[in-house]
Design a protein around this ligand. Structure first.
Ligand SMILES: NC(=O)c1ccc[n+]([C@@H]2O[C@H](COP(=O)([O-])OP(=O)(O)OC[C@H]3O[C@@H](n4cnc5c(N)ncnc54)[C@H](O)[C@@H]3O)[C@@H](O)[C@H]2O)c1
Length: 283
């Protein structure tokens, strides 16, 4: 189905990116799977049946993206390119007042600048070919601003705005843009989250956060990848994954400012008021 298509996927060494790789290769595409994690990439390669090449690529490294694009573009020949900006990280740092700007910048460099830089590097090729598709991974945190997630929400709202702007610019071309908003997907993202350098979040809190995420995340990465591919085939502007994502989209659409109070109440009910109030957290 994806014959004569090359798919470049960032963050393909785990989770959603790994399953996007497996499904694209099974559908007949040639996949260029990239990640910073060499072992994870090797595992993805082993699990993939079909045409795959792998490359180490840190999406927060502007020079590395340039070098990767210069090497890759001449080899794309006449195939249609699908770029999937999937690589992403999470940060456990507590409220914004306790989040260091270094941690904030680290997250934006991967989750937002990574998407922008990869698109800047590969869009000219798509325009020259008059074909292609860009898929950007946002989140439900790109639909709702949520406490203790200021950096992640900033990045994911940014990805959503960037995607809509691109889509509008490219409407009269055959180049599609899809923005994906997953709810909780069972991957390693929470387990591998960086613990913020300000010291607000302890190792025990980090473990507890990862365990709560594991319980709350309902969708498998295989299912997430299946829905993303279905969305790309239909050239959907937005793909919402999971009932949690649909509920949050509904809430923010119909209560665009009041959702903040409602969600905070829900978070306090689920995790306790101490989780919500930075001043009581350390006691
Ligand atoms: N899992 C969820 O519940 C969820 C929800 C909403 C959005 N998302 C988004 O989906 C995307 C995929 O996340 P996932 O859940 O599969 O996580 P994951 O941790 O399983 O996979 C993320 C991959 O990105 C790679 N990565 C990290 N930093 C990188 C860098 N600098 N350069 C290149 N690769 C890098 C990691 O090595 C890893 O292989 C992310 O953008 C994430 O923010 C996930």
């Amino acid at each position: 189905m994806l014959q004569h298509t090359t798919v470049i996927i960032t963050g393909a060494g785990s989770g959603i990116g790994r399953h996007l790789t497996i499904q694209a290769a099974a559908d007949g595409a040639h996949v260029i799977a990239t990640d910073v994690n060499e072992a994870g990439l090797a595992e993805t390669r082993q699990l993939t049946q079909g045409s795959i090449t792998t490359a180490l690529l840190d999406v927060s490294d502007a020079a590395a993206i340039q070098a990767f694009a210069s090497q890759t573009i001449p080899r794309l020949a006449d195939t249609r390119l699908i770029l999937i900006n999937n690589a992403g990280v999470a940060l456990g740092s507590g409220p914004f007042s306790e989040t260091s700007l270094d941690d904030f910048e680290w997250l934006l460099a991967i989750n937002l600048w990574g998407v922008i830089r990869m698109t800047k590097a590969f869009l000219p090729h798509m325009i020259a070919q008059n074909a292609g598709h860009i898929v950007n991974l946002s989140s439900v945190f790109g639909l709702a601003g949520v406490m203790h997630q200021s950096a992640y929400c900033t990045a994911k709202f940014g990805v959503r705005g960037f995607s809509d702007a691109l889509r509008m610019e490219l409407l009269d071309t055959p180049i599609g843009v899809t923005c994906v908003h997953p709810g909780g997907i069972k991957t390693n993202i929470a387990l591998n989250a960086r613990i913020g350098t300000s010291g607000f979040v302890s190792r025990a809190m980090h473990r507890q956060g990862a365990a709560s995420f594991e319980k709350a995340a309902r969708t498998t990465p295989q299912e997430a990848a299946r829905q993303i591919w279905a969305g790309v085939r239909q050239n959907k502007a937005r793909v919402l994954i999971g009932n949690d994502a649909r509920q949050i989209e509904w809430l923010t659409r119909f209560l665009p400012t009041h959702y903040v109070r409602l969600m905070r109440r829900q978070i306090e009910k689920t995790f306790g008021t101490t989780a919500a109030r930075p001043d009581t957290r350390r006691q």
